[in-house]
Design a protein around this ligand. Structure first.
Ligand SMILES: NC(=O)c1ccc[n+]([C@@H]2O[C@H](COP(=O)([O-])OP(=O)(O)OC[C@H]3O[C@@H](n4cnc5c(N)ncnc54)[C@H](O)[C@@H]3O)[C@@H](O)[C@H]2O)c1
Length: 319
């Protein structure tokens, strides 16, 4: 295992840092003493609002630019002596249903790393690379059988990271979050996650919707737990390895929508919509590996959901 310099005192790059998980990670890296957190985000789905806390710290630099443009990325590295990159940038899963040929790739970063431009890469994969469960709970050895072009792009990026580690001895590891929820998750339009869009529909006087029969399950993890795990994993993860960042329980979409309705005092109609093609049926992860590596703290789902819904309610009010 390569010894990594502590985050405190370093300049760190977060690609996609104005997004949901990325912005919470930015806050955490600043709290952990990063000298400067540099974000490159094309604001495809991210928002500068998400970085308001980080902005106030005075330790943030935001580049509103595209990390897939080699010259843009090179420019950022010319401006900052970056030691570590957290690669969160992505086009949302739902977007792949509209424009399948647009998965985000890690190759740009890997090429810079191979040339010694920065030391460590923490690459964000996704539970979606596993496809529907062949066995449960899904551990890191579960076959990668992506069902969507989004997941195929993410699986390709994982393989690229693993091959660069084997071929060029770069220091890179992969974190594989399951379904995150929490404040700042996008609630707008086709690219919204199920919890924010349901909350927003109820707040705006609309009706919650379930695609398919609602029995499809997901392993929901509170975003600050994900970010906490990643901060703790950074010093201990072996180069080239992947780790699930998940809870070890699963909820069906129908259950989650039911909990949201109860918490928000909604007892109206729930609209049924056709199932989405290629949606995975079930996602229950094993988190044995992450538990063996760090002190792993998880927020109970009902508490995380309550905080999340309160955040959306406050945001709705302040519009
Ligand atoms: N949210 C989840 O439940 C979840 C689950 C598993 C894995 N992940 C992974 O975690 C990472 C972060 O996801 P998220 O939920 O925060 O998504 P998000 O869409 O909120 O954030 C991604 C950010 O990347 C930015 N972006 C997209 N293309 C870019 C580009 N070419 N250059 C620069 N910025 C670009 C977007 O504007 C956005 O701010 C992703 O890699 C995703 O695959 C997320």
């Amino acid at each position: 295992m390569k010894r990594r310099d502590a985050i405190a005192g370093q300049e760190v790059l977060v690609t996609g840092g104005a997004g949901f998980i990325g912005s919470h990670l930015v806050d955490r890296l600043i709290a952990d003493g990063a000298r400067r957190v540099v974000v490159i985000d094309n604001l495809f789905l991210g928002a500068e609002d998400n970085l308001a806390d980080a902005e106030r710290s005075g330790n943030l630099v935001l580049y509103r630019d595209d990390a897939e443009i080699t010259s843009s990325l090179a420019y950022v590295f010319e401006q900052h002596p970056i030691g570590v990159v957290f690669n969160c940038a992505t086009k949302a899963l739902n977007y792949s249903f509209l424009n399948p040929a647009n998965a985000f790739s890690a190759l740009n970063l890997l090429e810079l790393q191979r040339r010694g431009v920065f030391k460590t890469l923490c690459h964000f994969s996704t539970s979606e690379v596993y496809g529907s469960a062949v066995y449960e709970p899904m551990d890191e050895a579960h076959p990668r059988q992506p069902t969507t072009t989004y997941a195929a792009g993410k699986a390709a990026a994982d393989l690229a990271v693993e091959s660069y580690v084997r071929m060029f001895d770069v220091d890179a590891f992969i974190v594989r979050p399951f379904n995150n929820y929490g404040p700042r998750q996008n609630h707008r339009g086709l690219l919204a996650g199920v919890i924010p869009i349901t909350a927003w529909r109820i707040l705006s006087g609309g009706k919650p919707e379930i695609h398919g029969d609602g029995t499809q399950t997901r392993d929901f993890i509170f975003v600050r737990d994900t970010v906490d795990a990643i901060a703790r994993l950074y010093p201990v993860m072996q180069t080239g390895r992947s780790v699930n960042v998940s809870t070890d329980n699963e909820f069906s979409i129908a259950q989650v929508i039911g909990m949201i309705c109860r918490e928000m005092g909604y007892d109206g109609e729930i609209v049924r919509k056709p199932a989405r093609k290629a949606d995975v049926e079930s996602h229950c992860a094993s988190n044995a590996e992450v538990r063996s590596l760090i002190d792993y703290q998880l927020t109970p789902f009902d508490a995380g959901l309550k905080e999340t819904l309160a955040w959306y309610a406050a945001r709705f009010k302040s519009r």
